[in-house]
Ligand binder design. Structure first.
Ligand code: BES
Ligand code: ZN
Length: 478
């Protein structure tokens, strides 16, 4: 998607500000604004594409650059090996006795940049146009990670201390599935022990409207292979006598949904837990314009599971999607062939309390039931992650509400998200610490696509918001 960001926001009342950033932090951030931008641009110039082996050196460079920047901010910093790209760990543990410990997570790796010809300016030469910082990784997630470093620096440079103990954990493999991170967290469970986790790797609902993310969907990704004859056959000589694997796969896929777009795999919804009415109510109050959204995605019409609004379908309901199909002849002209095999990539987005394992079981059993005779079918699970839903109460959320309202001049809204950040579930499971997701991206930001951008205003206000967050969190409960 490209072009102007959609503005789903109609009208919001101004929120009367009750919280302001401490003057010394505000002055420091204002005075050092140019330097913060210059440094961010230097970070963005490093092509840290985790998926590509030719960028292995750039990954090391990015980790070293980040470690040095965190050290300058006043953190004790270490680059720690994993089975893949390293973790950069920053620590500051000088808070007064009894203070909370907060773990800030982000990632310094970025998605590949192809197709290059669709970028207006090169992906690793940051450019500012219309208040947007264009570069691969600007919003996902270097800009959002770096603003946390700058907020910590403001505290440490002006006061020599922070009101909370801080651990910054920056990984280099988020965009390739975070496969080494859960074992890393397990291994360093004691060192990473914390009261709260905070992540900025998501988006606000609309420009000017700060948002607290209350949910992420999980993921269960499969490859389905249908095998028929030992090799491709002449479709005239053999067609009619041998089951066609492409047709068999199409028949299997057609059983995944009923005519109302409910997933028709028996047991699929068994573990779905109802949404908390309070959170659903806040979601329904969000000013979302279906027609604007339809135009943004360029589809002839919006449709999906019957009886649900668009946002509910994306944020609160599980799905089963075909991600790719491969079979037979797809080149120029015609070729009369009966393919020997067919393959589909299928992924399910999950909601609490579904798990990738349970979904694998029901999907595999269903496919075994519906697969036509004359072909053999295998279902192979690729990666997955648990869904997540926040408690949305407690001192951290309260502090975030105040800090976001103070920085943006508006009470934040509670949003959901259709995408996945698998490590969120790992943090809660292994560290038993609640996670707060406050993202500063915007709709239409082109994450993972050409012309990725981050709003400069959100970089600045996001830094102020998280600087305020630590003071707010340390305030005694009212
Ligand atoms: N940062 C995104 C996920 C995201 C986007 C969260 C917008 C909240 C708002 C992340 O980089 C991503 O793309 N995740 C993948 C999952 C992963 C296992 C490949 C996804 O959701 O497809
Ligand atoms: Zn990301």
């Amino acid at each position: 998607m490209s072009g102007d960001p959609p503005c789903w926001l109609n009208q919001f009342n101004d929120f009367s500000m009750t919280t302001a950033l401490a003057p010394e932090l505000s002055d420091y951030l204002a005075k050092n604004d140019r330097r913060a931008h210059d440094e961010l641009f230097a970070f963005l110039r490093i092509p840290s594409v985790s998926a590509r082996s030719e960028h292995k050196g750039d990954m090391t460079h990015a980790a070293e650059w980040l470690a040095s920047s965190m050290r300058t901010a006043g953190l004790q910093t270490e680059i720690m090996p994993t089975g893949g790209h390293p973790v950069v760990l920053g620590e500051w543990r000088g808070a007064p006795a009894g203070a909370k410990t907060v773990l800030i997570y982000g990632h310094y790796d970025v998605q590949p940049v192809e197709p290059l010809d669709l970028w207006t300016t090169p992906p690793f030469e940051p450019a500012v146009r219309d208040g947007r910082i264009y570069a691969r990784g600007s919003v996902d997630d270097k800009g959002q990670l770096f603003l946390h470093v700058k907020a910590l620096e403001a505290h440490l440079a002006t006061r020599g201390s922070l009101p909370v103990n801080v651990i910054v954990l920056a990984e280099g493999e988020e965009e390739v599935g975070s496969g080494n991170l859960a074992p890393f967290i397990e291994r360093h469970r004691e060192r990473l022990r914390c009261d709260y986790c905070v992540i900025s790797d998501s988006s606000m609902f609309a420009p000017g409207l700060p948002s607290i993310l209350s949910s992420l969907r999980g993921l269960a990704y499969f490859e389905i292979e249908v095998r028929g004859p030992a090799s491709d056959l002449h479709s005239g000589i053999y067609g009619g006598a041998v089951v066609n694997p492409a047709t068999a796969l199409a028949r299997i896929i057609a059983t995944f949904h009923d005519e109302h777009w409910h997933v028709a795999i028996p047991g699929f919804y068994d573990d779905v837990r109802d949404w908390e009415p309070r959170v659903l109510k806040e979601m329904r109050a969000l000013p979302f314009d279906d027609e604007r959204f339809r135009r943004e995605v360029g589809a002839p019409a919006l449709d999906g599971e019957a009886g649900r609004t668009t946002l509910e379908r994306i944020w609160t309901r599980p799905t089963c999607e075909v991600n790719g199909l491969l079979s037979g002849y797809t080149g120029e002209g015609a070729k009369t062939v009966l393919p020997g095999k067919a393959m589909a990539k299928v992924s399910c987005r999950l909601v609490p309390d579904q798990t990738p394992d349970a979904i694998k079981r029901v999907l595999t059993a269903h496919i075994e039931r519906v697969a036509p005779r004359g072909v053999s079918v295998t279902v192979n699970a690729l990666h997955g992650g648990l869904p997540w839903r926040a408690e949305m109460r407690g001192p951290l959320v309260d502090a975030a509400r105040r800090a976001l309202a103070g920085a943006f001049g508006r009470e934040p809204v509670i949003t959901g998200e259709g995408g996945s950040i698998p490590v969120v579930g790992d943090f809660e499971r292994i560290l038993r610490a609640p996670v707060l997701l406050i993202g500063f991206g915007l709709p239409g930001e082109n994450a993972h696509a050409p012309n990725e951008w981050m709003s400069d205003e959100n970089f600045v206000k996001g830094t102020r918001a998280v600087a305020m967050l630590w003071d707010e969190l340390a305030k005694p409960a009212a």
